[in-house]
Design a protein around this ligand. Structure first.
Ligand SMILES: NC(=O)c1ccc[n+]([C@@H]2O[C@H](COP(=O)([O-])OP(=O)(O)OC[C@H]3O[C@@H](n4cnc5c(N)ncnc54)[C@H](O)[C@@H]3O)[C@@H](O)[C@H]2O)c1
Length: 422
């Protein structure tokens, strides 16, 4: 059992790439009363050394093993490639370290269970980086949703899992589906566009990466795709693309849905993706919740080429429409706002719009701040691994806690598989 760390918590970082250079290292530097980064490692030693000298990290380690065993590391931040999250988390946990793991937690149910088993055995805490849920605006949004009456129920029925030509599809939707209850959107431009304008000047190092590392990553990815998708479909580009996109970006929204609506959707009525799997639309349904027994969520996520980050969750209740709008996390200080549209109680018959901006503090800073307090005081975390024991071992719909994307993903992937590609 690892004891609660004292402040400042000593952090070792695995992965000196973009998110570490642009987000985590600057954020941790601004929180010296809570954290001190003591070591960093990367496949590229040049990347570790660069981050070490730019951000004043005393030690650049040659290997992950060396870093996780350091006495002066209380917590390991895992910011390496998705394929290695499972291995790196287990190595850090087995060395008795608390873990802050970048999303996605991992890419397979097997890895999620491995991480949870190790976590329970070692008595450490693992936090999964769904930072959007730590934004102060999210707390206000949830409160507004809770006090605004039931989420509206679209009782029109189910969209069959298939593709129609646009004309007939539209008319089908009009005939059978009443307005949805929530809209969740994550349509974003390329990271590099925002990073280039963030003023953080990250550098990518690849030249000194050992020969064989790229092949190892590729083999690991293939193994994980097969474990998740099954051998027959693991080679279908649109399914692999959808799986990776949902796990990496869609998981943010799925995680927000989980907390806003008190759990994951009960089913995915339909889902659709492009050839590359990088643009996905899905219709999720929550049963036995809201007005009349349930409600639907219209979900869309995708990557486009324009420098716009359009990410929100919008909930329709009888009283008001409440929207929580996020901007890119790669630029520090961009506000996260709540937009409320409703009847104006002060002027009968009129309508009002309000914008609430609780703070300019970014969600990562909030997350790291909440985490320090929880670890120091040995309090439970919010975004945990939390594999539900009741569904462990089920073949296809594992409840993977903050790997929640995988549950929805299974559902959406089944739906996409049953339909046709766009
Ligand atoms: N929370 C968020 O919004 C958010 C945003 C960006 C990235 N991320 C996540 O952070 C992680 C890193 O993303 P990134 O954009 O920095 O990627 P990146 O490719 O820029 O950096 C990853 C770094 O990890 C290193 N690495 C890869 N495999 C390794 C291994 N086996 N051992 C040691 N080092 C290894 C690479 O050399 C690279 O420098 C990903 O899991 C990504 O999904 C999360």
């Amino acid at each position: 059992m690892t004891s609660a760390p004292t402040l400042p918590i000593r952090v070792g970082i695995i992965g000196a790439g973009e998110v570490s250079q642009v987000v985590h290292l600057p954020t941790l530097q601004l929180l010296p009363h809570l954290y001190k980064v003591t070591a960093i490692t990367d496949l590229s030693l040049a990347a570790s050394k660069h981050a070490s000298s730019k951000f004043g990290v005393p030690q650049a380690c040659a290997t992950v093993d060396e870093l996780v065993k350091l006495q002066n590391v209380d917590l390991v931040l895992i910011a390496s490639a998705d394929e290695y999250h499972g291995d790196h988390a287990v190595a850090a946990i087995n060395a008795g370290k608390h873990v802050f793991i970048e999303k996605p937690l991992c890419l397979t149910r097997q890895d999620a269970e491995r991480i949870q088993d190790a976590e329970q055995k070692a008595g450490v805490q693992v936090n999964v980086a769904y930072m959007r849920r730590y934004a102060p605006a999210f707390e206000i949004f949830k409160q507004l949703v809770a006090e605004s009456g039931p989420v509206q129920y679209g009782e029109g029925g189910t969209l069959p899992v298939m593709s129609w030509p646009m004309q007939s599809r539209h008319s089908l939707i009009c005939q059978r589906i009443r307005p949805h209850a929530a809209v969740v959107r994550d349509l974003i431009g390329p990271n590099e566009f925002f990073v280039a304008q963030s003023g953080t000047s990250p550098i990518k190092f690849v030249e000194d990466i050992p020969a064989g590392a790229a092949n190892d990553k590729k083999a690991k990815a293939e193994e994980q795709h097969q474990a998740f998708l099954g051998t027959k479909t693991a080679s279908s580009a649109h399914l692999v693309g959808a799986y990776r996109w949902l796990a990496s970006v869609g998981s943010h929204s799925l995680s927000l849905m989980r907390e806003t609506f008190g759990g994951l959707p009960d089913r995915c009525d339909a889902a659709h993706t492009t050839e590359k799997g990088d643009f996905i639309t899905a219709a999720f349904r929550y049963k036995n919740k809201g007005q009349g027994g349930g409600f639907a969520v219209s979900f869309e996520t995708g990557l486009h080429g324009v420098g716009v980050f359009d990410s929100f969750i919008e909930v329709f209740t009888p009283k008001r429409i409440i929207k929580l709008q996020y901007d890119t996390p790669f630029v520090k200080g961009l506000p996260i706002t709540i937009i409320i549209r409703e009847a104006d109680p002060a002027i009968p018959g009129s309508y009002q719009e309000r914008v609430i901006r609780p703070t300019f503090v970014d969600a990562y800073t909030s997350e790291w701040t909440v985490l320090a307090e929880a670890l120091e005081q040995d309090k439970p975390l919010k975004t945990t691994v939390a594999v539900s024991a009741s569904v462990r071992g089920r073949a296809c719909y594992p409840d993977l806690g903050e790997c929640s994307s995988l549950t929805c993903l299974c559902s959406a992937i089944h739906s996409i598989r049953a339909g046709r590609r766009a």
